[in-house]
Design a binder for this molecule. Structure first.
Ligand code: NAD
Length: 436
């Protein structure tokens, strides 16, 4: 393909060199004359292992050139310009919008179908609210009909960017429509990695989720390491062993957005760790913020219910997670208490916590610690749901999914755990998820 790449910094120059090495005809465009000259002289405009070699080879093969403006024809325009922080911390769109305007002017002259692919990191909504309108204004054409648009976030790391380009974990293509996505997917047909095609907003957000998570992981490891050292323990050893657990620690486990955590271990152990940190004069800010954030997730659930304006609630689930009757520190019990305090009528169904089955410690807990909640329990979904206007699904259970198929469609459903993956928010507002 003939590809124009706007911005020849880390992302743009590496993309240009790698795409040229794959046989595409690449024109790099930068407002910085030094970067343009450097590519045309066969050198990397930034320091990256292997970059100059690839650029030299691309120049020799006649597949790569650099200029300060687009010319001729092209099939794809890739925007790779910077999106720095503004003084107030917000994302500056200054460069990316200027580049989008140039691309719009360029596609005004193009008679063939052209696809614009954004590789710069931009916040969710930017494509629809800013980039596409700018492209349309400058081209006089309509996105989706006259030209294609994709958001193709870049995940390379400086220092290993060429290796990362050819061995990515995946390629994410947010597409305005299938035709746009097909063109961008074609650029990566030789790379052995899953290509994930999604909508523009998800692609924009995935990039931020990744970077926020990387930052969180570094800080988490540092906080555990600092505490370990204060306690005379080798933090490196701790995290090395920690990372060997690829079932729970380094895995998709616990990475599904939904309701708050609870139970007899996580809150207790986090509190104990924080108390210990205080004893050795440490302030692990990230670890300390976890419980407060978890409390806010319970409030988030409460707010969803409050906004319905209804007062009769069926709560499906009470114990802190599926397949247990353990009620200690259940965030669902906390949510129920919040609702009772605000005058809601609650009916609760949880097969695992059904009073008839409870014995020993859990029976004592429910009778002595939360007797007001036990009196609200029903022995079937049907009786819990019968007098309710809103059904809150607070825990996973195949029984809920099956029985809810037959429930009156006018009742509102609030899903805190993505129990009904086939349902999404509908125009009538009869289904709402907590994080989707
Ligand atoms: P950079 O600052 O190294 O390069 C940006 C280039 O764009 C500069 O050479 C600048 O002169 C050029 N430019 C600005 N306006 C232009 C215009 N109108 N036309 C042509 N060129 C123009 O930036 P970078 O580090 O390559 O990052 C680019 C984007 O990719 C950012 O949004 C960044 O967040 C994202 N990203 C960066 C990395 C990374 O490791 N650096 C990784 C993934 C994603």
């Amino acid at each position: 393909m003939r590809i124009n790449i706007y911005g020849l910094g880390y992302v743009g120059s590496v993309s240009a060199a790698c795409l040229a090495s794959e046989g595409h005809r690449v024109r790099g465009i930068d407002i910085d004359r030094d970067k343009v000259d450097s590519i045309n002289n066969g050198f990397g405009p930034v320091i990256e292992p292997g970059l100059s070699e690839l650029i030299k080879a691309g120049r020799a093969a006649g597949n790569l050139c650099a200029e300060s403006a687009a010319a001729g024809d092209a099939d794809v325009s890739m925007i790779c310009v910077g999106t720095p922080s503004a003084d107030n911390g917000s994302l500056s769109l200054e460069y990316v919008l200027r580049a989008a305007a140039q691309v719009g002017d360029f596609i005004k002259q193009q008679s063939a179908y052209h696809v614009v692919s954004l590789r710069s990191t931009v916040l969710p909504g930017t494509m629809n609210q800013h980039i596409i309108p700018t492209l349309e204004r400058h081209s006089g054409k309509q996105a989706g009909r006259d030209f294609g648009v994709c958001m193709n976030p870049e995940f390379l790391r400086e220092g290993t960017s060429i290796k990362d380009y050819f061995n990515p974990p995946f390629t994410v293509i947010g597409q305005l429509d299938a035709r746009s996505g097909d063109v961008v997917a074609g650029l990566y047909s030789t790379i052995e990695a899953p290509v994930i095609r999604t909508d523009l907003g998800v692609a924009e957000m995935v990039k931020y989720a990744g970077n926020a998570y990387h930052a969180l992981k570094i800080t988490f490891a540092n906080e555990i390491g600092n505490l370990a050292k204060r306690l005379g323990i080798d933090g490196t050893q701790v995290m090395k062993i920690f990372c060997r657990d690829d079932k729970l620690n380094c895995s998709p486990a616990y990475l599904q957005p939904g309701f708050a955590f609870g139970g007899s271990c996580l809150p207790k152990d986090l509190r104990a760790l924080l108390y210990k940190a205080r004893e050795v004069d440490l302030e692990p800010a990230v670890l300390r913020s976890i419980l407060a954030s978890n409390d806010r997730q319970v409030e988030e659930g409460y707010n969803l219910i409050r906004k319905t304006g209804k007062k009769n609630i069926a709560m499906l689930g009470l114990s802190f997670k599926p397949n247990t009757d353990d009620l200690r520190e259940s965030p669902i019990a906390e949510l129920v208490e919040m609702l009772i305090g605000k005058g809601y009528q609650i009916a609760i169904y949880d097969h695992e916590v059904s009073l008839a089955r409870l014995r020993g410690a859990n029976r004592r807990y429910i009778e002595h610690v939360i007797p007001h909640i036990s009196s609200l329990m029903k022995d079937s979904i049907e009786s819990a749901v019968a007098c309710s206007d809103v059904i809150v699904i607070a825990k996973h259970s195949p029984e809920f999914v099956e029985k809810l198929k037959h429930v009156d469609g006018n009742k509102l459903v609030i899903d805190l755990v993505r129990a009904l993956p086939h349902r999404t928010g509908d125009a009538a507002g009869r289904y709402e998820g907590i994080c989707w």
